[in-house]
Design a protein around this ligand. Sequence first.
Ligand code: UD1
Ligand code: CA
Length: 461
Amino acid sequence: MNDVAAVVLAAGKGTRMKSAVAKVLHPLLGRPLLSYPLDACRQAGIGRIVAVVGHQAEEVEKALGAPDVLFALQAEQRGTGHAALCARSALQGFSGTAVLLCGDVPLLRPETLTALLDAHHRTGALATVLSMVPPDPRGYGRLVRDRAERLARIVEERDASEAEKAVREVNTGTYAVELPWLWGVLAGLSPANSQGEYYLTDVVAAAAAEDRAGSLLLGDPTEVMGINSRTHLAEAAGALRRRINEEWMEAGVTLEDPATTWIEPGVVLAPDVTIGPACRLAGATRVDAGALVEQGVVVTDSRIGPGAHIKPYCVFSGATVGAGAEVGPFAHLRPGAELGEASRVGNFVEMKKSRLGRGSKASHLTYLGDTEIGEKVNVGAGTITCNYDGAAKHRTVIGDGAFIGSNTSLVAPVTVGAGATVAAGSTVTQDVPEGALGVGRARQRNVAEWSARKAARKLGS
Ligand code: UD1
Ligand code: CA
């Protein structure tokens, strides 16, 4: 597709979003709205992509971080025809076919762009418009045909006669057009219409004048749904969610309640993964075969190994969970948390930049930060690594087979050797050698018959 370019129109302000953020930057399943049509172009194999930006142009270009996209500026919004013409210098010297589309249509499929290009090339048209018959044609430009049913032009609703308004086939705002023919037509457009704008749609009449205007009817109008408001954004998110969820179910993933499951486009799931209700899998997350992720788990940029079992209401970000590990309920794994094979992390455990070796356990109420834990270690309930001294972070190292008693504070930097035991309730400020018992607490003293003496004192008073 080296002879195909794409021009994505995204200079509009999006007034109805009522937002300080440009419309095309509003996130949809974790990605800016504009990234979706750009991806559709890429997936259709289109080699050159120009995005025409205007409103908050710099922010849009920066937020998209798309080095393969050329950005063209439309400083003032003078209509879709003027916007398309702004792409001219970015496509200097290019001759071939250009696909023109809007930046606010996130559901457009790459297959549809391919079908449009095929129809365009098959008929040898100068311009081919993607049309649709939506349930309600109001607001769209109508396709006007002559008596022989040949496409003659597109008329915007506000410029249309009553007879034209009755036409149900409308313009989706997606076209395939020949370059450099398009530039000549756009340069000659007149803004003599009710909005005083340069209409890209007038290109169709120019092609019809040479008897080379075509159209392709799109079967599913939801695909070209444009986002103009927050309500539309939520509707599109729902449609995208259903599409992604159906693809994963087709690929062998069980979604217990797809209506409440959010899986972002960059996530990868293996067959026989089971996802419970109300989970959100985000970013570059990957879940391996046979893993079970129960209700209400939120996972971002994390890897969940084969056969791992994530119990309800865990939150992971930048974490790695090994094969067969068990986590939760209510565990918080922060960036750099690494759980070894068959390890176990229980409720109200937080981990950050810490590795828990194979078969090791931290089952209850624990904070592990900047910690290296070997294999088969038992970290008792209420263990805290004191990794921060107010100025710098320090590491805690715990060797294989060590046993950390409940309610221990490990004041880093500190090392507990392999096979060592730390007595419950200890505050450990010195290293515990391999195989030793470390006790770091006040010795217990018992006062005999204290209760009886206390009672006697009360009677006497
Ligand atoms: C346009 C079509 C209409 C079609 C509809 C489909 C024209 C004249 N009309 O109407 O036939 O049915 O899309 O949704 O083209 N934009 C710019 N710069 C501008 C104006 C618009 O970049 O100066 C961009 C917008 O950001 C948007 C796209 O072009 O992504 C479409 O603009 P919009 O104003 O929504 O066009 P409509 O009036 O809806
Ligand atoms: Ca529109």
